[in-house]
Design a protein around this ligand. Structure first.
Ligand code: F0G
Length: 442
């Protein structure tokens, strides 16, 4: 086997077997990387192999993750791979968003068009495959909704029992409905995501249950292919910058690892900058970076973008490393900026869930502060599908979105209104032809 696990802490770097169930270093509790003795001698030839596989109907080649298997060679038995043809997501040019942000051109890679509607599928095919290689029968995760939806689907495909830990009342219904339909045992915990994460870590450490949060380094191997596929789609033309939302920081971590490995192996000769955008009040990475703190500065997270409502992200050190390797940066955007950017993405006919819109909001802000130049070649990664959280979108367009809202069967309190700058509210019209023609101006 040419894969092994290695502690990322510079003064430890312990190597351990890839089949250990531990998700952190047994000596120093550091995060782990999956490492390889890569067998790639001619990157140009490997790029051609990737391209040729697009014509193949082999299940591995049809997957936008396993098509690139030479860059994540931890599974030597193709029969063990659990795939749903994940990845294969489009890159769209977004002229409205470009104008809105101040960029000349902007591209959106839409990971929301994955089988379960988020980028988590890129990671979950790898994570559940590793669970199968380890003969696990039960898998678990804490989630703000998308990881759980994805894990539930892939576990169902693999015939494994899925247990999900979600913060009660804090995940969007689109996501909750998925895990219920895919048959996962769904535990709604009192408290927030960070508490759910703590519980699932403790329980999986002490039992046979296999943990599939992004602290699991195999998940991140799958998510590397978001970068690899993006580069392959662009004929290996390297963008200046990749912009990604930051929550538990798995995605940004995997982007950093992908870019570093592609560079070290000679696939690319420059590194696109990884720029991470957090919500203003769910900003632990930003705070840690600005304060130059050696420890994570945790926060109590608040944002309507529930996917990234995380105050104690597990992969923060890997995200720091990604920014260091690529000369990247982290910034924050307000709830108002997220809401308006989301509406603008919609105007390009694309659509995404709120967390994904941090990217376009962040680009606009960074153009204003001159961190990004208007000529830069930028790819923003949209992480989740618009239909995951329709309530947010409908409330925005009906001028009814509040930063703070409390429900007890019905809305009982609301504060801090978000302006519906680009509202497109539905019109109530009588079912009479004359009236409709009048509304249409005909
Ligand atoms: N965007 C969406 C739509 C997400 O679901 C998440 C994370 C992120 C961005 C942030 O990505 O954690 O890799 O930094 N959702 C997780 C979940 C936490 O449980 O579904 P990250």
């Amino acid at each position: 086997m040419n894969a092994y696990l290695q502690c990322i802490e510079e003064n430890c770097q312990k190597k351990i077997s890839p089949t250990t169930k531990a998700h952190v270093c047994p000596d120093c509790s550091g995060l782990l990387d999956v490492m390889y003795d890569f067998q790639i001698t001619d990157p140009e030839k490997t790029k051609q192999t990737f391209q040729q596989r697009r014509l193949s109907n082999d299940p591995l080649d049809l997957s936008g993750v396993w098509r690139y298997r030479e860059l994540l060679p931890f599974c030597s038995d193709p029969a063990k791979v659990v795939t749903m043809q994940e990845g294969n997501t489009p890159i769209y040019e977004a002229p409205h968003c470009a104008e809105y942000t101040g960029l000349k051109r902007l591209h959106l890679k839409h990971q929301g068009l994955n089988p379960t509607g988020s980028f988590k599928d890129n990671g979950m095919t790898a994570g559940v495959t590793q669970a199968r290689l380890m003969n696990s029968r039960m898998v678990a995760c804490a989630s703000t909704g998308n990881t759980s939806a994805s894990m539930a689907a892939y576990a169902a495909r693999a015939g494994m029992k899925a247990v999900i830990f979600i913060p009660d009342q804090q995940i969007a219904f689109g996501k909750l409905s998925q895990s219920l339909d895919y048959g996962a045992l769904t535990l709604q915990l009192e408290g927030d995501f960070d508490e759910a994460m703590k519980m699932v870590k403790e329980i999986t450490e002490e039992s046979e249950v296999y943990l599939l949060n992004s602290i699991n380094p195999f998940r991140l191997e799958g998510q590397k292919t978001i970068i690899i596929e993006m580069l392959a789609q662009r004929g290996w033309k390297i963008p200046d910058r990749v912009v990604v939302p930051g929550g538990n920081l798995g995605n940004s971590s995997s982007f950093g690892k992908a870019i570093k490995e592609l560079h070290d192996l000679g696939f690319i000769d420059k590194m696109p900058m990884v720029t991470i955008i957090q919500a203003l009040r769910a900003n632990p990475l930003y705070k840690t970076l600005i304060d130059r703190s050696a420890r994570l500065i945790r926060v109590e997270a608040h944002t309507l973008a529930t996917a990234i409502k995380i105050g104690n992200p597990v992969s923060w050190k890997k995200a720091m490393r990604a920014m260091e390797w690529t000369r990247g940066w982290c910034d924050v955007v307000s709830e108002q900026e997220i809401a308006d950017a989301k509406a603008m993405i919609g105007r390009d006919g694309v659509g995404c869930e709120p967390a994904s819109a941090t990217t376009v909001a962040g680009i606009k802000k960074l153009i204003q502060t001159k961190e990004i130049d208007k000529d830069e070649d930028v790819v923003a990664v949209l992480t989740g599908n618009l239909l995951k959280d329709p309530d947010y979108t409908v409330n925005y367009h009906q001028n009814n979105l509040y930063e703070k809202a409390a429900y007890k069967n019905e809305l009982i309190e609301r504060k801090d209104k978000i302006q519906s700058t680009y509202a497109n509210a539905p019109l109530k019209v009588k079912a009479r032809k004359a009236e409709i023609l009048k509304v249409l101006g005909l």
